[in-house]
Ligand binder design. Sequence first.
Ligand SMILES: [Zn+2]
Length: 80
Amino acid sequence: MGVHDVRTRKMGDMIVVDAHIEVDATVPVEAGHAIAVAARRNVMERHRVLSLMTHVDPWRRPDLDHATVTAQAAPGGVKK
Ligand SMILES: [Zn+2]
């Protein structure tokens, strides 16, 4: 669903990359792992990257309907 905290460093004429990838929190671990493996392969095929280490973060669809109802019920905002 997204990516953040991308870090790169040079190693010789190659690049080593760390990245946090945002994976739908509702998919099984096996599917999340497959996404991380595919991301690594895609990057290494397209760029001079020696290694891509991924950190998988669970991503959740924003519950906008619920947020509106909660805001109306509690004027002044809701703290998480
Ligand atoms: Zn993260």
